[in-house]
Design a protein around this ligand. Structure first.
Ligand SMILES: [Zn+2]
Length: 359
């Protein structure tokens, strides 16, 4: 699979008349990275260890790269790509092919980076897992927004799905179909759990600029009270608490504060899909349709897509003049964005280039 440097005939410029902005070319036709360095601290959901997370700008074309900064990880680096995924039992785990060193629970920060249109960044973690924060992607969206986005010279690329690709396991499935609207990523998902508090939920989502932050980023991960002991026996969920997960028991939500959305469960599974599919290495111009799918099927879907060269191609944003006009409009729009009231305090404390939040 040589998808990072596609042959010229696989590279098809999008017609200049293609509607903009779009998500796949991402509401911005040029690549973007972070404007400044930013970080936070939190606990790993499965390891229970406290870890520091630092987000750094990266060169055009670098993509998203994870690095371990602790002694145990010894500087291992791994590109955030589906073919570096080594475990999908409860979260998506990447490994450095050279050393075998792992970084787990990458899906929520990957979703935030994709949702906020960041193409290139280095994510440093001082332990075996990205911190779980509140179980959603809201803190990562906040960090990215606080660091700011900056346009880079090269035009943005996306993977356009040309033919349906599907993976299934029993009554669960995940499929990628050609985009329903030009260059847009959209998503239909249905979940169905025995627990009455979750039950059957379905939702549609279109990845327009701002939509991820508004509709999906605050939805928390969830677990079932009766499974907690089983997970702990496997050495998992050691850092799990009511502060970072919804805990369900039959028809009841055990968290005192209840739910953030009536359909928070399906929204979180959609957040996971966005994060897992971001491991394609580029935005997708495609429609995703899934039922009861999790990290394993989401990852298998990318493997199935890239195994079929006729089912996809790399597309580029239209000519740079259009890209630059669009970026200028975007910069003007960004100047008007006010942080949400709850986040003002942390944003206001940013005396240096690095904001540090304590989870
Ligand atoms: Zn998740």
């Amino acid at each position: 699979m040589n998808w990072t440097s596609p042959a010229p005939d696989r590279l098809a410029p999008i017609a200049a008349s293609a509607a903009l902005p779009s998500y796949a070319l991402a509401g911005a036709a040029r690549q973007h990275t972070l404007r400044s360095v930013i970080g936070c601290e939190g606990v790993g959901l499965h390891s229970g260890l406290r870890v520091a997370l630092t987000l750094r700008p990266a060169e055009p074309g670098a993509g998203i790269i994870f690095r371990r900064t602790d002694a145990a990880g010894a500087g291992a680096a791994m590109p955030a790509r589906h073919d570096h995924v080594v475990d999908t039992r409860l979260c998506t785990v990447l490994a450095d092919p050279a050393s075998g060193v792992r970084i787990g629970t990458v899906e929520h920060i990957m979703a935030a980076l994709a949702g906020q249109g960041i193409d290139n960044a280095v994510i440093e973690v001082s332990g075996p897992e990205v911190p779980i924060m509140d179980g959603s992607a809201a803190d990562f969206v906040f960090l990215i927004d606080a660091a700011g986005r900056v346009a880079q010279a090269p035009v943005r690329r996306a993977i356009e799905v040309l033919a349906p690709v599907r993976v299934a396991d029993g009554d669960a499935f995940a499929e990628l179909l050609p985009a329903r609207e030009p260059d847009l990523f959209s998503l239909d998902l249905e979940i169905d759990f025995a627990a009455a508090a979750v039950a059957r939920q379905e939702r549609r989502f279109r990845m327009l600029p701002g939509a991820f932050a508004a509709e999906l980023s605050r939805a928390r991960t969830f677990g079932f009270a009766e499974e907690v002991e089983k997970l702990r026996a496997l050495g998992l969920a050691r850092g799990g608490s009511f502060e970072n997960a919804i805990v369900v028991s039959g028809a009841r939500i055990l968290n005192r504060e209840g739910l953030r959305f009536a359909d928070e469960f399906v929204r979180h599974k959609m957040l996971d899909v966005v994060g897992d599919l971001a491991l394609a290495g580029m935005p997708l111009a495609a429609h995703f349709h899934g039922r009861k799918c999790g990290h394993r099927l989401n990852n298998q879907l990318l493997h199935a897509l890239f195994a079929r060269p006729e089912a996809w191609r790399v597309i580029e944003a239209p000519q740079l003049a259009a890209a630059e006009a669009e970026d200028r409009a975007e910069d003007r729009a960004e100047e008007r964005i006010e942080p949400a009231p709850a986040l003002r305090l942390a944003a206001g404390s940013a005396a240096s280039e690095s904001v540090v939040l304590r989870a």
